[in-house]
Ligand binder design. Sequence first.
Ligand code: ADP
Ligand code: MG
Length: 398
Amino acid sequence: MRERGSFGKASVRDAPVEGRRALVRVDFNVPLEGGRIADDTRIRAALPTISHLRERDASLVLASHLGRPRGKEKALSLGPVARNLAGHLDAEVPLAPGVVGAQVEAAAAELGPGEVLLLENSRFEPGETTNDPELAGRLAALGDLYVNDAFGAAHRAHATTEGVAHELPGYAGLLLEREVRELTAVRDDPEPPLCVVLGGAKVSDKIGVIERFLEVADQILVGGAMCFSFFRAQGMETGESLVEEEGVELAREVLAEAEDSRCELRLPVDLVVAERLEAGAEHRRLDRVEVPAGWMGLDIGPRTAASYAAEIDRAGTVFWNGPMGAFEIEPFEAGTRAVAEAVAQAPGATIVGGGDSAAALAAFGLSERVDWLSTGGGASLELMEGRELPGVEALRDA
Ligand code: ADP
Ligand code: MG
């Protein structure tokens, strides 16, 4: 696909990498199940930049965080990631004994052209999340230049995503650049009409994008547990549905702003409700949105799904973030599936962001059917809001 959007940062393509050692921040924060990698999409997404550097005879020191370790938690070692990556590259990928330090520096110094070393979980170092300049300095000792390909972590100003870019010349990786271009194009120059589909758990997570899109989108279609904050703000009963209390006030403000906006904010008109969030729980369709006591809303209903699908089909551009229901549990996946299928078939440009939305698309086998599937959840939302991403800002200007 043609590359879209603007990007003012220096690219790894233009960096002098031949025979040099690149410290590359990647986003290998993959989901683990029982010590195994449940989905290696993020590792595969970093392969173009890794291959690009290897083909140009650079050696690579890769850095990533994984989860939120408390100290040096063995369960969050990057060992399984090193083995997975070695398989993709058909090359050895040794795991360094830590993130920084003399032993790690020695291992990095031994790398030959095209060779790859993976550092341990960057969050094993307490200075990572505090963006400690001393840690940044020790990281800088591991490379001659820095490449950031970790779009999913670019909204964080951490030592491996931001601090180190002040110590080494910093370049954008191929994935990071493409992410910024694709998402910026939707934000600043969408083909109209722009239809934004928002779901997921909390209004507070998405309030920034809602406010931004009230100004620029033609429609915002709301689903997921988020809609119950809106219903509560409208004075409706929500039964046992998941309601984010903090979101109710935000939803009230959004409803007021939507009155004066040219953007149409749409809420579900029917629901699937159940007694419990469980596969075998008794569930039924409600042809309204007041949820009776003892029941919880777990998906949008078929009438809502059909009308959302029709709008998606009419759109020039679709941006989707957040599942329409508790799609992980079978009887409550239908709304999310209907939206996913509509997005997959839509004639307009389609862009999807958010970890759970990406997981839903993958579960339905539709990942390849959208124009751009972002690897960044929080980062994609912050970029859409118009906020600067520290991991991008710190790189060299083009
Ligand atoms: P994303 O990662 O795509 O941004 P979120 O993290 O905001 O999405 O929300 C996804 C989660 O919201 C999923 O785990 C899903 O089960 C949950 N969810 C969506 N709708 C409901 C609902 N009606 N009740 C309970 N949970 C819901
Ligand atoms: Mg999520």
